[in-house]
Design a protein around this ligand. Structure first.
Ligand code: NDP
Length: 482
């Protein structure tokens, strides 16, 4: 069985302790690779090698760095099919989705920041005629990047690309549940001739490899995407050393549907925003609020469409949903369905695991599930399930739906369906989420600030926000001659 390796100081290496972790294919339930169970020793080596590389990389021109990013993007492009197959095998998502979204977006991340950094400029301020201030934006140093399993290469590169572009060296850890495309990326970095130590990738558990990165004194900034609880642990661990933090955390996003919306478009998009990627996207709208006058119609039409979704082998082009990423997550999602029932919810469709025939007979599959009849503030409606489970709830007034939408600890994204422009502006300004989609979902412009309010995170990534995060502003004040 193939054993993946860490990528430290420009070469692929075995973990210092010689230990490995099983890596499962969620569609078959079988172990198909093993990954390093890295710990502090590996993190130390990675930080050492990044520190050695920093001076040259940070002093190089942005064009020099940009060329490497473009080269890596080109190499991923050439291997798109191989990367997509690996992502699907590791994560369980449909192959068509890996091919059309995950891997193309990883390529875009490198391309976008390769170009963005060449356009990045800093501010200057005249203090009357007395002095000129200008701001230098210099790389922070060694950055720790930790990413989750739901959009593996997509989110891994969303962190690495801007950090490298801005002149930092990086020690990164992908989720131990989906390490394969990060490993393949390290092979491509070697092929692209990326200078040794500039990027280091170590594999392993969050509480060992991840926490060794977070607590390492040589790491100056941490960019993390994952659960809110983990984010809080990371913030605590990083605080004593005053590390710069960017935390992209969980969500429990409201999808608010007014009767005056473009109904067909709303219905089709709501199926997507509920169940795309098995509902394992932090931006999915898992709490659907529907204006009372169209509630019954919506319920009937939505449930009909959801029942038509096909859960199947991720390799099959006709599968709308693939496998749930891990056995543990599969159990967690089903436990939330049981909780919903115990809280008085009525399951309108789904609610059960699925046993597929053939090669997927031991895989982890769950029916897309729609639940109604729950209090807006019960646990099912307050806690992140992160699976193919949505609730529907009627509302009577804008005021009521705003109260319900803003009632959770989360504030990542919201979706709003209405043709009333004034209302769209009003709600967009009042709703407590970092991202608002009006009459659409998942349209992403990489220049826009991305991140959550409340317990959904701290800081913003994307565009200039990312380049600002990965640089340290230094003000220089020069007295002008009289
Ligand atoms: P986790 O928080 O469990 O893990 C995320 C990463 O952190 C993994 O690589 C994990 O390692 C690592 N980790 C765990 N504990 C520590 C620690 N103590 N120190 C350092 N690293 C640690 O999240 P999931 O992987 O389960 O991802 C799902 C979550 O991510 C959801 O809550 C989802 O909403 C959120 N998310 C947020 C997004 C956003 O942009 N706001 C986007 C996508 C997902 P290990 O390999 O052991 O798991």
């Amino acid at each position: 069985m193939e054993k993946l390796k860490n990528y430290i100081n420009g070469i692929l290496t075995t973990p210092y302790n010689g230990n490995y972790i099983n890596n499962y294919n969620p569609a078959t339930g079988e172990v198909f690779t093993m990954i390093p169970d890295s710990d502090k020793d590996d993190a130390d080596l990675a930080v050492q090698s990044a520190t050695k590389a920093f001076e040259k990389w940070s002093n190089a021109s942005s064009e020099y760095r940009s060329e490497f990013l473009l080269k890596i993007a080109g190499f991923i492009s050439k291997n798109l099919d191989k990367f997509a197959e690996a992502e699907t095998t590791d994560n369980g998502k449909p192959l068509w989705l890996s091919k059309s979204v995950d891997i193309p977006r990883a390529i875009k991340n490198f391309e976008f920041f390769a170009y963005a950094v060449t356009q990045f400029s800093s501010e200057s301020h005249m203090t009357g005629n007395e002095a000129l201030n200008y701001t230098l934006r210099q790389p922070v140093g060694i950055v720790g990047a930790i990413s989750p399993w739901n959009l593996p290469l997509y989110l891994f590169t969303w962190k690495i690309a801007p950090a490298l572009a801005a002149g930092n060296c990086v020690v990164a850890k992908p989720s131990e549940i989906t390490p394969l495309t990060a490993y393949m990326l390290s092979e491509l970095c070697i092929e692209a001739g990326l200078p040794e130590g500039v990027l280091n990738i170590i594999h392993g558990y969050g509480h060992k490899a991840g926490s060794s990165i977070v607590t390492h004194p040589g790491i100056k900034a941490i960019t993390f995407t994952g659960g809110t609880k983990t984010g809080s642990e990371i913030a605590k661990a990083a605080a004593p050393d005053f590390k710069k933090l960017s935390l992209e955390l969980g969500g429990k996003n409201p999808n608010i549907i007014f009767a005056d919306c473009n109904y067909e478009e709303m219905l089709n998009t709501t199926v997507q925003s509920s169940f795309r990627n098995q509902g394992e996207i932090c931006l999915c709208g898992s709490r659907i609020f529907v204006e009372k006058t169209v509630y019954e119609k919506f319920k009937k039409d939505f449930v009909k469409k959801v029942k038509e979704l096909k859960v199947g082998d991720p390799l099959n082009e006709t599968s709308d949903l693939g496998a749930i990423v891990s056995r543990q997550h599969f159990d967690k999602i089903l436990s939330y369905v049981n909780l919903a029932v115990s809280e008085g919810g009525k399951i309108l469709c789904g609610g059960k695991s699925i046993k597929l025939p053939g090669r997927c007979s031991n895989g982890w599959f769950i029916e897309p599930t729609v639940i109604e009849g729950l209090a807006f503030d019960c646990r099912t409606n307050a806690e992140e399930i992160f699976g193919p489970v949505v609730t529907i709830t009627p509302f009577e007034s804008e005021e009521e739906v705003m109260m319900m939408a803003n009632s959770t600890e989360y504030g990542l994204a919201s979706i709003l369906w209405t043709e009333n422009l004034t209302r769209a502006h009003r709600i967009s300004s009042k709703i407590k989420t970092g991202i608002v989609w009006v009459n659409c979902w998942m349209i992403r412009d990489l220049r826009t600030p991305f991140g959550g309010m409340k317990n959904s995170g701290v800081g913003r990534e994307g565009g200039l926000e990312a380049l600002r995060f990965f640089t340290e502003p230094k003000n220089v004040c020069i007295k002008l001659q009289d």
